[in-house]
Design a protein. Structure first.
Length: 122
């Protein structure tokens, strides 16, 4: 009886190993929570209308549209009165290759959780 059990286990293991080799390789997908990347559109779905309404944050009178917040050469400065004037490269970068430092870092020079503060800024 043990010989039959061992034989069945060995045949099953060989079959499972062969089945895995015959399958197509799994495609790697980017987890949506890891990067700020929108998922691909559903085939046949209508493109949503752009949202051009002004957006607000508490404690400021400044407003921006979503398109304005995504401009890498003119990043939104929601609280301009809370820091000294930004250097030109921080405020606007150097087109076409160098995006504004204030797009990834905060306009006041402090870092965000995912990056460091800018040296020489308050």
């Amino acid at each position: 009886m043990t010989r039959i059990t061992v034989l069945v286990l060995m045949v099953s293991a060989a079959f499972c190993a062969q089945a895995q080799n015959g399958s197509a390789p799994a495609t790697q997908t980017t987890p949506p929570w890891a990067y700020a990347v929108n998922p691909p559109p559903v085939p046949g779905a209508q493109q949503p209308a752009p949202d051009n309404s002004p957006k607000h944050l508490p404690g400021t009178d400044v407003t921006f549209t979503i398109a304005q917040t995504r401009d890498g050469f003119n990043p939104p400065d929601w609280y301009p009165s809370q820091h000294p004037p930004m250097p030109e490269v921080v405020a606007h970068g150097r087109k076409p290759d160098v995006r504004a430092c204030g797009f990834c870092h905060l306009p006041n020079g402090q870092g965000r959780p995912e990056n460091a503060g800018l040296a020489g800024l308050p």
